[in-house]
Design a protein around this ligand. Structure first.
Ligand SMILES: Cc1ncc(COP(=O)(O)O)c(C=O)c1O
Length: 442
């Protein structure tokens, strides 16, 4: 008996670490079971039809993406503009405004920001608040830092020739933001309420909207997953915020067109991926390629896809090509929204304007580098340009592609289409052309 208890004691000493581990595991299991965690895990693993957003069939046929998206049932409470609170910056907190010439993209920020927190355990979206511009205080485990659970939008406020401030098709940005949120496992929200809250922010910082047609106020709504847990799972806490930055014009008439670097070894997006969503993780990996383009004496990257080297986007812009068909008629092409292309709001506006003009055919169709080379050789390539909120329209002059230097005569024509589009779009944005696309907010 004595012998037996001695060997038992020895066994305990030799194996105490294993026993402690087992004990802890049992306790953890109990804690998880008590807190209903196992149920949550089971729920998370179950993909139910009911959780999928219902895409409204009422969306206009020509819309590039669903304009309305029903919230998943578990999103909870929505935020309302009516609940907005405002805490103004003290006079000593106000920043000096930069000169228009010094407005490098995204370098200066206005005095205030908009913040809206989301916490599932508190019932959903919380009340929106405008505060002085300030740093965020986030846990180092926040999902945004580890898995890039993040998305953003790029919009602008323009001070028109009449002194009034306008946005440009803001509901399209909201729709794009919501479909991106859904794809990122982040909570969706009422776009109209965010537009109202952002408009109030712009009114408060209205003196930051440049008093010139050669600049504007860039609006950066951002949604990040802030739940401080390392699981690769949807974030139960999120922060939707908006910051504002005065920016100068990208494109200066007469300054020459873009030189593009087209290297088929790199790709920006792929089928089934998120190239058509505005997630931050689409942008970080492009920085190295952009540096390579600069080293090669080019301004921007021309993103190609697949064995046929299809043209997809240029830098952070959609791409367009105007050419002469074999029958002598002109045609404008842009790649279709097949998942590789960000559904640009400028892209959609250009397509609509050109179709209204009805002067040449307009197609959303794939085109390849072989086609570009061939058209350039035959003198049938007229114009190529990039289009996006930041630059509006950027003419393309040259493509460096696998040892070939392709010249595009975009700027050599009397009345180029790109220039007419630029004038029409900026005319609408700066209030020279009355248009439903540019709602006045102040
Ligand atoms: C990859 C990419 N393509 C195209 C665009 C142009 O889109 P939009 O016209 O909505 O600014 C952007 C800018 O948002 C972009 O980031």
């Amino acid at each position: 008996m004595v012998l037996r208890s001695k060997s038992f004691a020895r066994y305990i000493f030799q194996n105490q670490h294993k026993l402690i581990q087992q004990l802890l595991q049992t306790q953890q299991l109990q804690i998880r079971l008590c807190s209903g965690g196992s149920q949550q895990i089971q729920q998370a693993l179950r993909v139910e039809e009911d959780d999928m957003p219902k895409i409204s069939q009422a969306a206009p046929v020509a819309a590039p993406f669903p304009m309305t998206l029903e919230h998943a049932p578990d999103v909870g409470e929505q935020f309302r503009y009516a609940d907005l609170s405002v805490r103004l910056a003290a006079p000593h907190e106000l920043s000096p405004k930069p000169d228009t010439d010094d407005m490098a993209f995204g370098k200066y920020f206005t005095d205030h920001m908009l913040k809206i927190a989301y916490h599932k355990r508190l019932g959903g979206w919380q009340k929106p608040e405008i505060t002085p511009m300030e740093t965020l205080n986030l846990h180092p485990a926040a999902k945004v830092f580890h898995y890039a659970v993040e998305l953003f939008e790029g919009m602008k406020a323009y001070r028109g020739v009449d002194g009034r401030i306008r946005l440009f098709r803001p509901n399209m940005n909201m729709a794009r933001m919501n479909i991106t949120a859904y794809r990122s496992g982040l909570p969706t929200f009422e776009g109209g309420e965010l537009i109202k809250a952002m408009s109030r922010l712009i009114q408060i910082d209205s003196e930051w909207v440049p008093h010139t047609e050669s600049a504007s106020l860039y609006i950066r709504p951002t949604l990040i997953g802030i739940e401080p847990t390392l699981g690769v799972a949807s974030s139960d806490s999120a922060l939707l915020y908006t910051i504002l930055s005065p920016v100068g014009a990208y494109f200066k008439p007469g300054s020459g067109g873009l030189k593009l670097y087209a290297n088929p070894n790199y790709t920006r997006a792929w089928h089934g991926g998120v190239g058509d969503r505005k997630v931050g993780s689409n942008y970080g990996p492009t920085i190295h390629v952009q540096k390579e383009a600069l080293k090669e004496g080019c301004h921007q990257v021309l993103w190609l896809y697949g064995d046929q080297h299809e043209l997809t986007e240029v830098g952070v812009m959609n791409i367009f090509m105007l050419y002469v068909k074999e029958n002598g008629e002109r045609e404008l092409l842009t790649p279709p929204l097949d998942g590789l292309i960000l559904p640009g709001i400028t892209r959609d506006s250009i397509l609509r304007l050109c179709r209204q003009w009805g002067e040449f055919s307009v197609k959303e169709q794939k085109f390849t580098m072989t086609m570009v080379q061939q058209l350039a050789k035959e003198g049938r390539l007229l114009e190529m340009f990039g289009a996006g909120t930041a630059a509006v329209i950027s003419p393309i002059e040259h493509i460096a592609y696998m040892g070939d230097e392709i010249h595009i005569p975009t700027e050599s024509h009397q009345a180029p289409i790109y220039r007419r589009l630029y004038d029409t779009l900026t005319g609408i944005q700066y209030g020279k052309i009355e248009h439903e696309w540019a709602p006045v907010i102040a």
